[in-house]
Ligand binder design. Structure first.
Ligand SMILES: Cc1cc2nc3c(=O)[nH]c(=O)nc-3n(C[C@H](O)[C@H](O)[C@H](O)COP(=O)(O)OP(=O)(O)OC[C@H]3O[C@@H](n4cnc5c(N)ncnc54)[C@H](O)[C@@H]3O)c2cc1C
Ligand SMILES: NC(=O)c1ccc[n+]([C@@H]2O[C@H](COP(=O)([O-])OP(=O)(O)OC[C@H]3O[C@@H](n4cnc5c(N)ncnc54)[C@H](O)[C@@H]3O)[C@@H](O)[C@H]2O)c1
Length: 549
């Protein structure tokens, strides 16, 4: 490292590292830690708070707002607990918990951690300045010039996309930042969008006391997931009191607050109606943050998404020194997936720096294969949704052939234990030729923690014959796995894709032991059906009584 001389009031410094990371969000932090632990020197450039969007304005505060909402929804289904759970949430306590989970918007702990792993930090706005160089403008106006011996990694994240609605710039709408950080509950809130942010934030603010109206331009919610997920999310939101309006766009916005206050908004809708709300949240997707990061200095267009190969090298830049990880590459806008990319990119940068071979074959140590085959996601709504891998929506879009198995989770013993009147649904997609699971979706209370079991199955490509031996504990909701496997073995799965019954290969799973029919084995059935109306219609109940599970 060397330091250059001061020039007037503006000081300039110049340093050289093996790796320069621009953006200290969860993904940038992880890639820096990985290359450092492999023996390379590393620096992070961060313009705001170390820890990024996820820690302060996204995952952490949003889940802190939702946790009491989901816990109360569960408690209301538990006999003996219902009366204690009735009544409004303690809003002050929820917001205080949210503040704590967002580290009170201070990053001292993150800075200490970075120091503990021997990664340097330069605070300021970083921009590429030609190949392997980054220039940082610090908050004091100084310039720091950084040179990278091996790699520059962009982990600059994403920003909310706002539609071009007349009046929008004058009404100071909420984006995800205000939706996760607000300090008071608006009396009424219009939420624009039908994706994950819209569903989660409508769930949270309605439960906290707002009257929420959801304005959805399409005719469904959560369109990237299985269609039944959107239907169940709709049911949950309507039961909570959310007013959902499909096929509705915002035409214009006005707020009459000459005194600078926040008078109610007048929202003109595409249906011709006018809606009044105290606040409006635009949850209309995100754009990679590449507008002001010096892309033009390396021949790329500012604002573009950074397309990368499976080792996270930016494909349009020669010599392979520029990498992009996390939201900025647009592959999967999720913290855990970005951190996976960081682990892979860190390993590959270290391997290339040391001249070691790179294993970038699918599922190799240096290839981000899971980005396309096994991305898990949980939507923390009422009900919860947990999904990984392929959906029928994606299979239809790409013409991929899959077998589809559905199971109504209502009858699972663990679901009965979980709460009265449990409603849940599961779908499994199977590659009929390989006999492996390629996608799973669960929707229902308490399914969030099931997602990793599904991720194991999909990422590890476990043959169904072996999955048959993975015994789910009784009585857990995880027994849905057994039900899905049995349904696939016994039923005629809906074939998705171009094949017909004649051309579809025989599933390898059909070689499993035949189904043993209940009526052949049960000597005596109980004389009377179970007392609960719910249990009476569930086939599992009979199996439980007969020791069949
Ligand atoms: C409301 C909401 C809830 C979410 N909930 C979840 C969830 O539950 N689970 C989940 O997995 N994902 C969730 N996400 C997505 C998750 O927040 C992102 O995928 C994640 O933050 C991406 O991490 P990143 O490091 O790529 O980018 P970011 O977290 O955006 O971090 C980028 C960092 O780079 C810095 N930066 C940008 N440009 C520069 C520059 N030029 N110079 C210096 N620094 C710069 C920024 O200040 C920032 O700190 C949610 C998103 C939203 C909006
Ligand atoms: N629990 C989680 O894991 C979690 C939670 C929140 C966000 N996220 C991540 O953050 C990302 C962003 O979430 P998001 O909900 O903002 O985006 P999204 O892409 O999931 O949904 C955007 C929604 O906005 C609608 N839309 C787009 N343009 C519009 C317009 N002009 N007018 C009206 N509606 C419009 C779309 O139809 C869609 O319903 C997601 O990709 C997700 O991965 C994850």
């Amino acid at each position: 490292m060397n330091e250059a001389t001061a020039d007037g009031d503006v000081r300039e410094h110049a340093y050289e590292y093996d790796v320069v990371v621009v953006g200290g969000g969860p993904v940038g932090e992880n890639v820096a830690e990985r290359v450092r632990s492999a023996g390379l020197t590393a620096v992070i450039v961060e313009r705001d708070l170390l820890g990024g969007e996820c820690s302060y304005w996204a995952c952490e505060p949003s889940k802190a707002l939702l946790r009491p909402v989901l816990a109360r929804a569960d408690a209301l289904r538990v006999p003996g607990l219902r009366r204690a759970a009735e009544g409004p949430l303690d809003v002050d306590a929820v917001l205080a918990h949210r503040d704590a989970m967002a580290f009170h918007w201070k990053d001292d702990a993150q800075a200490d951690w970075l120091d503990s792993v021997s990664v340097d930090l330069v605070r300021g706005h970083g921009r590429l300045d030609g190949p392997r160089r980054v220039t940082v403008t610090t908050p004091e106006g100084d310039t720091v010039r950084l040179a990278a011996r091996h790699a520059v990694v962009l982990g600059t994240g994403s920003v909310p996309s706002l539609p071009p609605v007349p009046g929008l710039d004058r009404v100071r709408p909420w984006t995800s930042r205000e939706a996760t950080g607000a300090r008071r509950v608006p009396g009424s809130l219009a939420v624009v969008g039908g994706g994950v942010v819209a569903v989660e934030m409508a769930t949270a603010w309605q439960a906290l006391g707002s009257k929420v109206t959801l304005l959805v331009i399409e005719d469904h919610l959560l369109g990237r997931m299985e269609p039944f997920v959107g239907e169940m999310a709709e049911d949950g939101l309507r039961e909570a009191g959310v007013d959902i309006r499909y096929g509705t766009a915002v035409e214009s916005l006005r707020r009459h607050d000459a005194a600078g206050g926040r008078a109610p908004l007048r929202i003109t809708l595409s249906t011709g109606e006018e809606l009044t709300a105290d606040e409006i949240l635009f949850a209309t997707g995100r754009t990679p943050r590449t507008r002001d990061v010096g892309l033009d200095t390396v021949g790329l267009a500012p604002g573009d998404r950074l397309a990368v190969d499976d080792t996270y090298r930016v494909t349009a830049v020669p010599d392979g020194w520029l990498y992009a990880v996390g939201d900025v590459n647009g592959r999967a806008l999720l913290t855990h997936q970005g951190k996976y990319q960081a682990r892979i990119a860190g390993a590959v940068i270290a391997a290339r720096a040391a001249g070691r071979p790179v294993d970038d074959a699918p599922w190799g140590a240096h290839a981000g294969t899971a980005d396309t085959a096994a991305v898990p996601q949980v939507v923390f709504g009422v009900p919860e949704v947990a999904a990984v891998g392929l959906t029928t929506v994606e299979a239809d879009r790409t013409g991929r052939r899959v077998d589809v198995v559905d199971h109504d989770m209502t009858g699972i013993a663990g679901a009965h234990q979980y709460g009265e009147g449990y409603r849940g649904r599961a779908r499994m997609l199977v590659d009929p030729e390989r006999g492996t699971v390629v996608g799973v979706t669960f929707a229902g209370p308490g399914v969030a923690e099931l997602v990793h079991s599904a991720t194991f199955a999909v990422a590890a490509e476990i043959p169904l014959e072996r999955l048959w031996h993975a015994v789910p504990a009784f009585p857990t909701i995880g027994e849905v796995w057994l039900r899905l496997l049995e349904a696939y073995r016994d039923g005629t799965p809906a074939a998705h894709g171009q094949d017909t019954a004649d051309t579809r290969p025989t599933p390898r799973f059909s070689q499993l032991p035949e189904r043993i029919r209940l009526e052949d084995t049960v000597a005596e059935r109980p004389a009377s059906p179970p007392a609960s109306a719910d249990a009476a219609v569930t086939p599992d109940w009979w199996l439980i009584r007969m020791g069949g599970i």
